[in-house]
Structure formats: structure tokens, C-alpha cells
Design a protein around this ligand. Structure first.
Ligand code: BJW
Length: 232
């Protein structure tokens, strides 16, 4: 089979698992210890912002102790050296793709190291803890700032750019995601109906495995470098 010209890659929590970041739905995952509606919905934040800030402050702090793994690094090399186009879309809110060498990453579910103000919509880089007392650096409103994370019921970022890429790619690759959350879970079908080949790289069959033309199962740190090497 000839080399693809435009690859769209979707990553999920599984690609960061071997760096020591918890996934959501695996045994011992984040959703086992937390009620989703309390920490990952706008209603949960309105009801208890202190609890939600604490949840994200802990995860932001944990980022300082982790490093990108061989899968992030292989995708960074692919973006830098591949002859065609690579669009990298991640559902992850960590910064391990960037630290693994990727330059243009679409964070469709937001970023732990970003915040925005619900009063004036100013967005900024937030590396330290956020609290209900943190003032917005633009309008000074206290209680306005919130984590820049896409919660359930909210519109993911850059959907127009993502959908355009899915309609024009000739290979779609999904890495380390359970296929449980939409709209990302529907990307494989969108790419397929527009003529792309589709490949899943995941530890085990995901909820969407049946929609892929090819699936490979195993840890991302092995599967991703093995897939990237022949393309370079
Ligand atoms: C490894 C590995 C290793 C492990 N190597 N692999 C009913 C039907 C359909 C849809 C809906 C519905 N009711 C509501 C909805 C919509 C809703 C939704 O999908 N709900 C589902 C629960 C059904 N979606 C939304 O609300 C989204 N917004 C939306 O739809 O807006 C409207 C819209 C309309 C039209 C167009 C566009 C938009 C927003 C979703 C926001 C998701 N946010 C979260 C939380 C963020 C907060 C936080 O981070 O704390 O994002 S949910 C959580 O799940 C997080 C993740 O990004 C996301 C996906 O999880 P992921 O990455 O797949 O992780 P896991 O844990 O599920 O899976 C890990 C996988 O890795 C597993 O398969 C492992 O096997 C594998 N793995 N180790 C390789 N070493």
C-alpha cells in the first residue's frame, strides 16, 4: 500500500498511561474515584467550585512529575519528518505531545495548563493552582476563572478544523481511546465515509473497534513507534 498523503491522528488517555497519567474508564481510572457529574460538568462546577478546582489542581500538579513516552516522541518525529501532512488531535488535557516534540496539537477537550474567565472569556496559561479567589488577569473578577477543560455538554474546541481534516485525509489513526465519548468516537465513521483508511492502535478492542479497517492491540509505547518507523 502506498504512503498516505494526509494522516489524521486522534489520541486519548491510553497514550499517556505509560507516562503515569491515569486513564478515565480503565480499572483504577479517574472515573472510579470521582463522580463524573461533580467534576466534569458545568453544573458540577457551579454547585461546588472548590471541589472542582481541587480535582484539577491535583492533576495539574501531577503533570510536573511525568515525562513523554516513546509513543508521544514517535508522533513528534512523524510530525517533523513525514513527507505529507499530519493533523494531530488529542482528547488529552496534558501537555505530553508538546513535550514529545509535536508543534501543532489540537486539544479538543482543552488543556490543564490553561484557564479562562467566565466573566470576560479571556484565556491564559495557568501553571499554578486555581482557586475561587484567583482574579482574572484581564477583568480582575474573582470567581470568574475556571479550568480550560471541555466538560460534558460543552462544545469541544476546533470542531470545524477537525471535521475538515477528517473529510480530506486518506488515513485516520486512533490511539489509546475507548471510543466512549462523542464527538471523538464518531471520527472513524466520518473519515471512513470520506474514503480514508482507518487504523486503531489500542491496548484492547475499544467500543468502536468494529468501525476500523485495521486494528492492532498492545501498549502504545510499542505499537506507535512500530507504526511510525516505516513511514519515515
Ligand atoms: C491503552 C493503554 C496503553 C490504556 N496503550 N492503550 C448519548 C449518546 C451520544 C452522545 C451523548 C449522549 N449523551 C451525551 C452525549 C454527548 C457527550 C458524550 O459523549 N457522552 C458519552 C458519555 C455518551 N459528549 C459531550 O458532552 C461532548 N460535547 C458534545 O457532544 O457537544 C455537542 C456537540 C455536538 C455536535 C458536534 C460536536 C459537539 C463533550 C465531551 C467532553 C469530554 N470530557 C472529558 C473530561 C474532561 C475533564 C477531565 O479531563 O477531567 O474528556 S470525559 C473524558 O473522556 C476526557 C477524555 O478526553 C474522554 C475520552 O476518554 P479516553 O481518552 O478515551 O480515555 P478512556 O479512559 O475512556 O480510555 C482509555 C483507552 O486507552 C482504553 O481503551 C484503554 O484500553 C486504552 N489504554 N492503557 C494503549 N498503555
Amino acid at each position: 500500500m502506498s504512503n498516505p498523503q494526509h494522516i489524521v491522528i486522534l489520541t486519548g488517555a491510553g497514550i499517556s498511561a505509560e507516562s503515569g497519567i491515569q486513564t478515565f474508564r480503565d480499572a483504577g481510572g479517574l472515573w472510579e474515584g470521582h463522580a463524573v457529574e461533580q467534576v466534569a460538568t458545568p453544573e458540577g462546577f457551579a454547585a461546588d467550585p472548590v471541589l472542582v478546582h481541587r480535582f484539577y489542581n491535583l492533576r495539574r500538579a501531577a503533570l510536573r512529575d511525568v515525562k513523554p513516552n516513546a509513543a508521544h516522541i514517535a508522533l513528534g518525529e512523524l510530525q517533523a519528518e513525514f513527507g505529507g501532512r499530519v493533523t494531530l488531535v488529542t482528547q488529552n488535557v496534558d501537555d505530553l505531545h508538546e513535550r514529545g516534540g509535536s508543534k501543532d496539537v489540537i486539544h479538543m477537550h482543552g488543556e490543564l495548563l490553561s484557564a479562562f474567565c467566565t466573566a470576560c472569556d479571556h484565556h491564559w496559561r495557568q501553571a499554578e493552582d486555581l482557586t475561587v479567589e484567583t482574579p482574572c488577569p484581564a477583568c480582575q473578577t474573582r470567581g470568574g476563572p475556571r479550568p480550560d477543560i471541555v466538560w460534558f455538554g460543552e462544545m469541544p474546541y476546533e470542531m470545524d478544523r477537525i471535521e475538515y481534516a477528517l473529510q480530506s485525509c486518506d488515513l485516520f489513526v486512533s490511539i489509546g481511546t475507548s471510543g466512549a465519548v462523542y464527538p471523538a468516537a464518531g471520527f472513524v465513521q466520518l473519515a471512513h465515509v470520506h474514503g480514508a483508511r482507518t487504523l486503531e492502535l489500542n491496548l484492547e478492542p475499544s467500543q468502536g473497534s468494529a468501525f476500523f479497517s485495521e486494528t492492532r492491540h498492545g501498549p502504545a509505547t510499542r505499537l506507535v513507534p512500530e507504526w511510525v518507523a516505516p513511514l519515515l
